[in-house]
Design a protein around this ligand. Structure first.
Ligand code: SF4
Length: 437
């Protein structure tokens, strides 16, 4: 039986597509092995959000060739989509496939020449059938792909094409299939999730989709992927606060806390709007985990602008931050903007923001001590009986238990913290049926 190894970089959507490739290969009779092992076929599902992910992609390609000089090496994903020639020039690479082509296992296994289609012509998004996922308790489900926003620093629209959505009926089928296969939680993912449904006829919305999922499926836990601030409406906040199934964990990219920088980024909101949004969410969901993205060292960012970002973030009820040192991307507007900063300045600012992020996360976790949380058991240590899992507000937690706690949601009391993990005491079992079923 031929063996396949896949390395995946980047976002939940890329991870979801890898899960789909794995399912296709297994159905075609291949066996999956770890990327550290010798394999007949290596697939590198790349990301190109930063120059660093490009470099990591090239490193993984060279590593694959060293692991098996005879192997077939396929470079795909967003880096392959925007720079196929760059990867094709690498002697280690056998074939380069685009983001659409990677979803055809026949091409991945057998294409003899590069196949990178024009992703901008993609107008429809058919659901990718998935019944299994790396984790056996939570599954990602891609409901949207592409982006029409063209924020000035972002290469994603060039790699992913125009925004397109899976039809709501097919999303519901996808969720029912995952629930039938024992998944207790589904994470809705997309490249620009907040734009869900705008391309459909009749048009729909992310909120509309979520309401259908709550009404028409037995899913106990629904987690929403990254949603842009201007797309997190008051009615969506109310829905999240009132629904027992929606996890109070949100990721809302800010990118900068300074209005003049936000304008240069082409982001459609200002710092006051973002601050007000955070307050609205925390008022009705006081224990919500809100994460965000921030770019350090955007071209022309002055010391004052950076200080404005730091003081805004300090004031926000955020539980975590993904900090991205600005990375010049080809084809983007910002690449040609004046005032690109020295790398040491960018790294200095990123380090400062990461420290702020660490403090915010510690403050958030400290606030959970003495509180009950609901944890979905994901792993159990057979020797110690310690169960590890994740709470609805995205807290990594552990408690004394047994294999009977796997894939079951338990209410546990947080008694202490250790290495960013909540140590908990067992309270009661929460029924794993859909709340109110
Ligand atoms: S919304 Fe902006 S940052 Fe997000 S994927 Fe689209 S262009 Fe990139």
């Amino acid at each position: 039986m031929k063996t396949v190894a896949i390395a995946t970089l980047g976002c939940k959507t890329n991870q979801f597509e890898t899960a789909t490739m794995i399912e296709q290969f297994r159905n075609a009779g291949y066996s999956m092995v770890a990327f550290t092992e010798a394999a007949d076929i290596y697939v590198i599902n790349s990301c190109t959000v930063t120059a660093r992910t490009d470099a990591e992609t090239r490193r993984l390609i060279r590593r694959a060739r060293r692991l098996n000089p005879e192997a077939r090496i396929v470079a795909t994903g967003c880096y392959a989509q925007v720079a196929p020639d760059e990867l094709s020039r690498m002697p280690e690479v056998d074939v380069v496939l685009g983001n659409r082509e990677k979803l055809d296992s026949m091409l991945v296994a057998g294409a003899v020449e590069n196949r990178v289609g024009n992703i901008d012509t993609e107008t429809e998004l058919s659901p990718l059938q998935l019944t299994s996922f790396a984790e056996h308790t939570r599954a990602f489900l891609q409901v949207q792909n592409g982006c029409n926003s063209f924020c000035s620093y972002c290469i994603v629209p060039f790699a992913r094409g125009r925004s397109r959505s899976v039809a709501p009926g097919e999303v519901l089928d996808g969720i029912r299939r995952l629930v039938e296969n024992g998944f207790r939680e589904v994470v809705l993912t997309g490249i620009h999730l907040g734009a869900y449904g705008l391309d459909l006829s009749p048009a729909d919305s992310l909120e509309g989709l979520i309401r259908r999922i709550l009404d028409a499926t037995e899913l106990p836990r629904l987690r929403i992927g990254s949603v842009d601030p201007n797309e997190f409406s008051d009615s969506l906040i109310t829905l999240c606060a009132s629904s027992p199934a929606i996890c109070h964990h949100f990721h809302i990219p800010l990118q900068s806390g300074c209005d003049s920088v936000l304008q240069r980024m082409g982001r459609p909101y200002d710092s006051a709007y973002f601050q007000e949004l955070m307050e609205k969410i925390i008022t009705v969901m006081p224990h919500a985990f809100i994460g965000s993205d921030i770019i350090a060292g955007f071209p022309g960012e002055t010391d004052q602008e950076f200080e404005a970002t730091c003081s805004l973030i300090e004031a926000l009820p955020l539980a975590d931050l993904h900090v991205f040192p600005y990375s010049k991307r080809p084809r983007t507007e910002a690449a040609n903007m004046p005032g690109h900063l020295q790398p040491f300045v960018v790294n200095q600012r990123a380090a400062r923001l990461r420290l702020i992020a660490k403090n915010k996360n510690e403050t958030f976790l400290a606030g959970a001590v003495g509180r009950e949380i609901r944890v979905l058991g994901q792993q159990v240590d057979e020797t110690t009986g310690i169960v590890r899992g994740i709470s609805r507000e995205y807290i990594q937690a552990e408690f004394p238990g047994s294999p009977a706690d796997l894939n079951v949601e338990r209410t546990v009391l947080v008694t202490a913290l250790h290495n960013g993990r909540a140590l908990c005491q067992h309270e009661t079992e929460v029924n794993t049926q859909k709340p109110g079923a």
